[in-house]
Design a protein around this ligand. Structure first.
Ligand code: NDP
Length: 495
């Protein structure tokens, strides 16, 4: 994070949003640069713990009033924000591409298919979120009624990464405010300009002051939210190491942690190879591999290994890598120097360990060529850790049990994919994969916005999207009624 005093001429400056006001933080400003051109795009105010205090106080003060706004009025506001988001999709998509480098087609997908739709889905889901009435099992009367309902958890600290900066933030924020929580949000320092445009939508749609607050800055700002006594829930999406740090310092707060992955694609001998190749292209090279659900390992059966590799190389050679703002580009640059370093380190370790590395194109600053690695073994770092870059590491296997053992052999468990035409293999192998989502004959990078999303093992805690998201953002409330004996018995029927 480069700290600066003022925005260079011709660029924009964005502030933090606290209690409905756009304000300067206490720690100066930082620059936002294009990962493709290196140009400074703007500056953003840097907040400190005192700014977090003010934001949390505003969220706390606003929460009871917000939760008592009639549900239909909250839903109307969500729809107003949905309309604004649709109007602004294109300008926000352009900003995402400029500041974090995903291609403009990927940014449009992020806005149109995901971010924008969270407003509508949260509005719909909150209307259909139901409780239960249970019979009493404690005493032999007909006098007790047990009501199980949910109440908003309170103040939600939302901390988000740069790879889907608006989509991922919109999930937590939309569902939180729809159910009656208030929010203090820390966006990624690599995508604060598009994030501020999401915050604009809540202000312009007319959400009351304090319902959505945004504090910008680096990791310390997120840490201050996590450690704050007056925050009830942390909804964090990011790296597993950061998630573990958060889990250690969050105390007794409720946690929703969406963390890293190391997704395998398993290609069985009877698979449709062209389909498996397309899924691997999407899994390995979409967003230059910078997806939590990326295909980080491709496990290919010996019988089809050589043919699969040949087809994957041919298909990869047709990818157009370059300027992310160009509609024709298939793959843009990596987002930042730290990601580039990790990709290089993982490839070097694999090469040193005996893997064959085929780079399709040449590296140019943060533009990294799509890279296929063969003869990868389980002990290599690239097979064990999340690389988060445009790599397709291929591991051979000779029977389904070996494939399952390798696929389950890392600490991660987000998405796994399996290509086979055998219903029996598909069913049995899907059952044995220790992953939050298993996709049969589909890429790891396939998401359904109404399904539970989240990881097993070190890929996360809890599930997001739809009603699972509402479960994470509310507390169960149990109300016991004694309605007395039935004094108005009409005879002939149960109460
Ligand atoms: P990071 O964990 O580095 O950062 C995520 C957010 O946490 C950023 O806003 C960051 O601030 C902030 N942060 C950093 N340190 C702390 C701390 N100690 N306490 C609180 N907040 C902190 O992840 P990236 O932004 O690099 O995102 C990439 C990672 O996210 C990958 O591992 C990817 O797999 C994962 N991810 C998981 C998803 C899922 O749903 N499972 C979806 C998308 C990504 P800043 O960076 O501004 O300093």
């Amino acid at each position: 994070m480069t700290v600066t005093d003022e925005a260079p001429a011709g660029t924009i400056h964005r502030r933090a949003l606290i209690n409905g006001e756009w304000v300067e933080g206490s720690q100066g400003s930082f620059e936002v640069k294009s990962p493709f051109s290196g140009d400074v795009l703007g500056t953003v105010t840097a907040c400190g713990p005192d700014d977090v205090d003010r934001a949390v106080a505003a969220a706390r003060a606003a929460q009871p009033g917000w939760a008592s706004v009639p549900l239909l009025d909250r839903v109307d506001l969500m729809y107003r924000a949905y309309a604004l988001c649709k109007e602004r999709n294109e300008e926000i998509a352009q900003t995402i591409t400029r500041e974090m480098g995903k291609t403009i087609r990927e940014s449009r997908e992020e806005m149109v298919q995901y971010a924008c739709e969270h407003f509508r889905r949260a509005a719909e889901d909150v209307l259909r979120y139901r409780g239960q009435v249970l019979p009493s099992t404690e005493e032999r009367t007909n006098n007790k009624r047990l009501l199980v309902t949910r109440r908003p958890a309170g103040v939600v600290g939302v901390i988000t990464p740069w790879n889907f900066p608006v989509d991922i933030a919109a999930i937590s924020i939309c569902y939180a405010v729809a159910i009656g929580d208030t929010v203090v949000w820390k966006p990624s320092e690599y995508a604060p300009l598009s994030s501020a445009m999401l915050a604009d939508i809540f202000v312009d749609a007319g959400f009351p002051p304090g319902v959505v607050n945004m504090v910008t800055g680096a990791g310390e700002v997120g840490a201050a939210i996590v450690e704050h006594d007056d925050v009830d829930v942390i909804a964090f999406t990011g790296n597993t190491a950061t998630g573990e740090r958060i889990a250690r310092s969050a105390g007794l707060k409720r946690l929703l942690l969406e963390l890293g992955g190391n997704g395998p694609i398993i290609v069985m001998p009877d698979a449709d190879l062209d389909k498996a190749v397309e899924a691997s292209i999407l899994g390995c090279f979409y967003l230059a591999g910078q997806c939590c659900t990326a295909a980080e390992r491709i496990l290919v059966h010996d019988a089809v290994h050589d043919e699969f590799v040949r087809r994957l190389e041919d298909r990869t050679r047709r990818l157009r890598v370059g300027d992310p703002a160009d509609d024709a580009t298939d793959m843009g640059p990596l987002c930042n120097a730290g990601t580039l370093r990790k990709v290089r380190d993982h490839i070097k370790d694999a090469r040193d360990g005996g893997a064959t590395v085929t780079e399709i194109g040449v590296a140019d600053n943060l533009l990294y060529p799509p890279t296929i690695l063969t003869e990868v073994t389980e002990d290599m770092v690239i097979a064990r850790d999340e690389t988060f870059g445009p790599v397709a590491p291929i591991i051979r296997f000779s029977d389904p049990s070996e494939a399952i053992r390798i696929a389950n052999g890392t600490p991660f468990g987000l998405n796994a994919a399996l290509f086979t035409n055998s219903l029996s293999d598909a069913w049995r192998m899907a059952e044995r994969l220790e992953h939050g989502t298993v996709l049969v004959n589909e890429s790891t990078n396939y998401w359904d916005q109404l399904g539970p999303f989240g990881g097993a093992k070190k890929s996360g805690v809890g599930r997001e999207l739809s009603t699972w998201m509402l479960d994470a953002l509310t507390e169960i409330k149990h109300i016991v009624f004694d309605i007395g004996t039935d004094d108005h018995s009409h005879g002939g029927g149960a109460a």
